[in-house]
Design a binder for this molecule. Structure first.
Ligand SMILES: C[S@@+](CC[C@H](N)C(=O)[O-])C[C@H]1O[C@@H](n2cnc3c(N)ncnc32)[C@H](O)[C@@H]1O
Length: 315
């Protein structure tokens, strides 16, 4: 067993045993349900609601053939995980989490007997070994990644290995850090007439190089940039963006630990931001926004809510 093991007790019971617990509520949500119509102004809002099939209340994990759930844990605040992710966390007998920025509050959702492992110190071989062992024992696995698993999560390499050994898996999305950071600032990243493109990117680190053509200098000036894993290299970020043609007055904002109690927002310009980050001692767990949306004021209102738009038109 891995040195990284931090088990909270014996492995959970086998899936076969958990199936016994299928409750009477399991079927209650499998049919379409019509919400009560909302009268007056919102006459068209009596929409159809339906349940997602992945995890129904009362339905045991393992009723379907899925073994591993890659779950987006969200940016930090425990109540920013999705309902689906939370339910899975409360049911899977094994939980692997990427340790660096995973809040205790989330792990506290795991049942007491859950086998909980911090994958921070583990190799990919060890991680896959744990998952395969859990699968062989009939235990579903909650594999937590910060934010959303589609960004900088090593999801692709884990899925490739699991597919090769025939272990079934699903992805449950989460609130990405850039969205939480924008929320912290009350910021729309796509303001009409100012920016309609958002580039999610990062800088190279020792472990990950940037593919040709994705250097920051090549991405500068196209809509809004949301930079990950870059706070420790702020001088390099500023130099690259300047080389790419951005002026010293270009608005820049940094949100560190979005949604955590330690959340910090720093606003500046390309010229000032390096000194500001140093003064605030921000070197990690931060999103750097770059672009004119940060200072947008005199922008046009969108057509969507304009009085000139014919109501009922689709676009
Ligand atoms: C390995 S990446 C993971 C990204 C994650 N999968 C997502 O969807 O946001 C880690 C980087 O995400 C950003 N990040 C993660 N959580 C954050 C938070 N709560 N506040 C600000 N930035 C965060 C930072 O740039 C950090 O260096």
């Amino acid at each position: 067993m891995s040195q990284a093991t931090a088990s909270r007790g014996p492995p959970g019971r086998q899936r076969r045993h958990r199936r016994v617990r299928s409750g009477s509520r399991a079927g209650a949500f499998t049919t379409w349900r019509r919400a009560a119509p909302i009268p007056a102004l919102h006459g068209r809002a009596d929409r159809i609601l339906h349940r997602v099939p992945a995890v129904l209340p009362g339905q045991p994990v393992g009723a379907a053939a899925v073994t591993v759930y890659f779950i987006g844990a969200g940016p930090g605040a425990a109540d920013l995980i999705t309902v689906r992710g939370q339910r899975l966390l409360q049911r899977c007998p094994v939980c692997l989490y990427a340790g660096s920025i995973m809040p205790e509050d989330l792990l506290a959702l795991c049942p007491p007997e859950t086998r909980i492992l911090d994958t921070g110190p583990m190799t990919l071989d060890q991680i896959i070994g744990e998952i395969v062992a859990a699968d062989a024992a009939g235990h579903d696995v909650a594999r937590l990644h910060s934010g959303d698993p589609s960004l900088y999560s090593a999801l692709a390499e884990q899925r490739r290995r699991l597919t090769a050994v025939g272990v079934e898996h699903q992805v449950v999305p989460g609130v990405p850090a850039f969205a939480a950071a924008a929320a912290a600032m009350g910021l729309e990243l796509t303001v009409p007439g100012v920016a309609q493109t958002v580039t999610l990117t990062r800088v190279a680190t020792l472990s990950t190089a940037m593919p040709p053509g994705e250097e920051l200098r090549a991405l500068a000036g196209r809509g809004t940039l949301a930079l990950h894993l870059a706070a420790a290299q702020i001088e390099h970020v500023v130099a690259e963006l300047s080389t790419g043609g951005l002026t010293p007055q270009t608005p820049v904002a940094v949100v560190a630990y979005a949604s955590w109690p330690a959340e910090t927002v720093v606003r500046g310009t390309l010229d000032t931001i390096a000194d500001q980050l140093r003064a605030a001692d921000i070197t990690k767990t931060a999103i750097i926004f770059v672009g004119e949306v940060l200072a947008a004021e005199g922008f046009v209102e969108s057509y969507l809510y304009s009085s000139g738009r014919r109501r009922g038109a689709q676009h």
